[in-house]
Design a binder for this molecule. Structure first.
Ligand code: SF4
Length: 431
């Protein structure tokens, strides 16, 4: 039975402990089995929670996934059996960001405050690396919570080849830069022969040729060079598929403790109230990484708050006196990627107010790519004169959002206040 550790916040009363009761939950609404695919993933009941070896919560940092975590704790699931998995959409890109600067610190603070292991995973170079990708997709990496080390999932042949080509292009460009700094050792001859008038051949023609040749080779392995489409399918809206779903799937087979002979429950925070699409989701199903025959790996998915309304979500967060992601206090109704492609004009007007340089960068991307972020019009026209959603009433939230600072000591909110962005609808995007 679960023992409360005094170090962590106490369970609010009354405690609804079901863990250890030997009963597997059935869905509130029957699952769909109206196609071959739905039939194949149909699940009529979870195992009792205590029968799973690992319970993984897909934790974006938003209110719904936070509600999932708190709900599991209230059901008596031991902290040590749970892991929070967060996919970093920016993937360590050296200059560009798609997400809130505070999100990484916020998810770390939640994990530390609640005493639950956090595993962060990402596709190298994240959203912007993918927008400007030439060659195969970038590698997937994750942190090993025990050692803190970064682990890279095995690379495909295409990824290896693309990595070599990118390195070669980089070294050619660096050589050009070095040579341009004057380390020549001898003069080129005043000659029409490019072998002796090496300045033209080595520094211009060959450099350009090498880069172009390698760029062409890289293109053969795939290229993106465009924004994701505002569409419901992962192929068009590649950001969700490539930067979240694929990253997540790769981890199940790469992490030894999860690869075989294991029972895993994956918990995620979609709610029917959010959209017509989500209204049709199953509460529980067999997860796409289930491999009972090949690897004795059983993976079930549970959308544990699917039938909750928004008031229930805020209620559990309030019950725990926990600070939600500061974007809610700043007026945002959803906490997804800060510059989510589905953001409404009022959200973009808020970004322009808080991070004007980010807004300008995206406008520049539209020019470079010859492609607008919105399906129909340039960003500036899409936003027009929309009123910013940013709410000025919480200076601390503003500081956290813009500085990126957030620690476990900021989690407890004794005087819990409903954030300004609450109950402003679910408009703005699917993930
Ligand atoms: S939150 Fe928006 S931008 Fe981010 S992955 Fe999902 S759809 Fe794409």
């Amino acid at each position: 039975m679960y023992e409360q550790l005094t170090l962590f916040p106490p369970l609010p009363s009354p405690v609804r402990t079901v863990y250890g009761g030997g009963v597997g939950q059935a869905p509130a609404l029957p699952g769909r089995n109206d196609s071959a695919h739905m039939e194949a993933i149909y699940l009529d009941r979870l195992l009792p929670l205590e029968d799973y070896d690992k319970i993984i919560v897909l934790f974006s940092g938003g209110k719904d996934s936070l509600a999932c975590v708190l709900d599991l704790l209230e059901r008596g699931v031991p902290r040590e059996k749970m892991e929070l998995w967060h996919h970093d959409i920016d993937g360590g890109h050296p200059t560009r960001k798609m997400d809130w600067p505070v999100t990484q610190n916020y998810v770390r603070a939640v994990a530390e405050y609640l005493g639950i292991t956090l595993r962060v995973s990402w596709r190298v170079n994240g959203f912007w690396g993918e927008v400007y990708r030439l060659g195969a997709s970038w590698p997937i990496q994750y942190t090993d919570p025990a050692s803190g080390k970064t682990i890279e999932c095995p690379l495909s042949e295409k990824q290896l080849r693309s990595a070599q080509l990118r390195e070669k292009i980089l070294s050619d460009l660096e050589r050009k830069e070095l040579e341009g700094m004057g380390c020549r050792m001898k003069y080129p001859a005043k000659s029409s022969n490019l072998a002796t008038r090496w300045c033209s051949s080595i520094l211009k023609i060959m450099v350009a040729d090498t880069v172009i040749r390698n760029l062409e080779l890289l293109k053969q392995d795939g290229q993106r060079m465009k924004f994701p489409a505002k569409s419901s399918c992962h192929q068009g809206r590649w950001c969700s598929g490539s930067l979240k779903a694929q990253v997540e799937s790769k981890l199940y087979s790469d992490i030894d403790a999860l690869a075989r002979d294991v029972k895993i429950l994956v918990v995620s925070g979609e709610r029917r109230q959010e959209s017509a699409g989500r209204a049709k989701y199953n509460e529980m199903e067999i997860h796409r990484t289930n491999a009972t025959a090949k690897a004795h790996r059983l993976v079930h998915q549970w959308r544990s708050v699917i039938d909750w309304d928004e008031a229930q979500v805020w209620e559990i967060i309030k019950r725990w006196h926990i600070a939600p992601h500061p974007c809610y206090a700043a007026g945002w109704n959803r906490c997804s990627c800060m510059m989510c492609i589905f953001s409404l004009p009022s959200h973009w007007a808020g970004i322009r107010e808080l991070f004007p340089e980010r807004f300008v960068e995206v406008e520049e991307d539209e020019r470079v790519l010859g492609f607008t972020l919105d399906n129909k019009q340039p960003l500036a026209e899409y936003v027009g004169s929309a009123k910013s959603c940013f709410c000025h009433s919480d200076p601390q939230a503003l500081y956290q959002l813009t500085s990126g600072e957030f620690s476990a000591s900021d989690m407890e909110q004794r005087e819990w206040i409903m954030p300004a962005g609450a109950f402003h609808g679910a408009a703005g995007g699917p993930c």
